[in-house]
Unconditional design. Structure first.
Length: 195
């Protein structure tokens, strides 16, 4: 582990905050402060260790955005998405507007991710690439989603989620069973005459 390269993370937002402070100090009193479009940089003062002695392992979270910041960010996101969709349609006139995404697409995205992590979708003749730990994490996230949304889904959404979770877990069990069988078999000796 000692040969692992060391690196330092630099938070460049602090530099931006200092620039914003300098800019606000250079404004004349007659000049009204201009509201900026989009989210604003928020700088937090470090919390004291004594404030929360019960949770020393928890990372410090930034403050939640205000309702105004969320509205501005959503409006900017929607405008950017619309520009992107206009560009795609200009390049491909036959492509219609994309349908709105819903809960089913979220569940399907997790399912597809888990299946790809378990080696599905490999090209014919190629050995599948398996990320069994990533697949387990994705399936566990589906489980968290099922737990946290219990009682808040329509019947169709719940059925989709439960079916996908069942199928992903079954594929995981089959794959881990195959891995266990391979791990229990003795290694094959090299062909004679080669060292």
């Amino acid at each position: 582990m000692s040969d692992t390269p060391k690196f330092e993370v630099i938070d460049r937002r602090k530099i931006k905050a200092e620039e914003e402070q300098e800019n606000s100090q250079h404004q004349t009193p007659a000049e009204p402060e201009k509201p900026s479009a989009g989210p604003q940089l928020v700088v937090n003062e470090p919390r004291s260790e004594a404030a929360e002695p019960d949770q020393p392992d928890q990372p410090e979270l930034p403050p939640a955005p205000t309702a105004q910041q969320s509205r501005e960010q959503k409006a900017a996101y929607d405008a950017s998405s619309q520009r992107l969709e206009d560009i795609v349609r200009a390049q491909n006139p036959g492509v219609g507007a994309q349908p709105p995404l819903g809960f089913e697409q979220l569940v399907q995205q997790f399912y597809v991710s888990a299946m790809i992590q378990m080696g599905a979708g490999a090209q014919d003749g190629q050995r599948p690439r398996v990320d069994i730990l990533g697949a387990r994490a994705t399936i566990d996230l589906l489980g968290v989603l099922a737990e946290k949304t219990k009682g808040n889904l329509t019947e169709a959404e719940d059925r989709t989620l439960q079916t996908v979770l069942f199928e992903a877990r079954m594929a995981f069990l089959e794959l881990t069973s195959m891995i266990s069988l391979q791990a229990m078999q003795p290694p094959t000796p090299p062909p004679p005459g080669k060292k």
